[in-house]
Design a binder for this molecule. Structure first.
Ligand code: ATP
Ligand code: MG
Length: 246
């Protein structure tokens, strides 16, 4: 496991137990919700030739805001009248069931192990047009499960029923899961907490994604400090275009 030094960094377990904050629904007309709408538009425009059917959110290291950003983007996208499915593909530190207050007895891991059906794992949420697949119980071998042929077939089938699949994935630099999943989606977005992420770690994550020929759409800058405030309402989310490998 790579260990990039970062004096600001600590593992945050709050969202594991309580889910992440859905600013996009709590304050739909607020500044942060507007930022999420801008990100949604930027993501849509980042792939003009081919409409995106599946996107994956990851980051270089843990606790950088992947679940916060992917869940809020899912809510924002569904508000646009598109049928959206948020998949908790983080089989190690899952949060989607907590965030959307749904059951986690039958999720992705159960399906991949052959213990749940396609219909059983798709759950509606309180939001119109937004559905989720939770992680299911944490398996001993996440990378192996995520690398199976069964997941490819699942995504193909899901794409027939949903306008967009959004994957909340584990961090790149700690486990291979996100690299494996990056290959199955149309685009990857890196969540980068400004002032917290280690530059070398972000560069390493980008290289790891390019190595598996992932289509990097860009990066969402999280926790950008503005006007001396820090935290949600001082945060600024923007999509920075990464240079694509030709
Ligand atoms: N912009 C923000 N402002 C304030 N707090 C934030 C912001 N983004 C994330 N957080 C908080 O940071 C913590 C970690 O966020 P989150 O769970 O989204 O990260 P993650 O990358 O999904 O973590 P993990 O690696 O465990 O999956 C949570 O407590 C979340 O509420
Ligand atoms: Mg997470």
């Amino acid at each position: 496991m790579l260990n990039f030094k970062n004096k600001h960094k600590k593992l945050d377990n709050y969202s594991l137990h309580h889910g992440v904050g859905l600013v996009a629904s709590d304050d739909p007309n607020g500044i942060i919700s507007e930022q999420f709408k801008t990100i949604r538009t930027n993501i849509q425009f980042s792939s003009v030739d081919k409409p995106l059917k599946s996107i994956l959110f990851t980051s270089s290291e843990p606790s950088e805001g992947k679940s916060t950003v992917s869940s809020n983007i899912a809510v924002t996208w569904a508000q646009q009248n598109e049928k959206v499915l948020l998949i908790d593909a983080d089989l190690r530190r899952p949060t989607v069931h907590q965030t959307f207050n749904v059951d986690n007895k039958k999720g992705l891991s159960n399906y991949l192990l052959g213990n749940a059906t396609f219909e059983e794992i798709i759950q509606p949420t309180d939001f119109h047009n937004l559905y989720v697949i939770t992680s299911g119980p944490i398996p001993p071998n996440p990378s192996e499960l995520l690398g199976s042929n069964k997941i490819k077939q699942l995504f193909t089938r899901l794409s027939e029923s949903f306008g967009l699949l959004i994957l909340d994935a584990p961090p790149i630099n700690t486990v291979t899961d996100a690299q494996v999943l990056a290959n199955l989606v149309d685009g990857v977005i890196l969540v980068v907490p400004q002032g917290i992420a280690n530059k070398a770690a972000v560069a390493h994550a980008k290289q790891a994604l390019l190595m598996v020929h992932a289509h990097i759409l860009g990066a969402v800058m999280n926790r950008v400090i503005r006007d001396q405030h820090y935290g949600y309402y001082g945060s600024y989310y923007g999509l920075e275009k990464y240079q694509r490998k030709s």
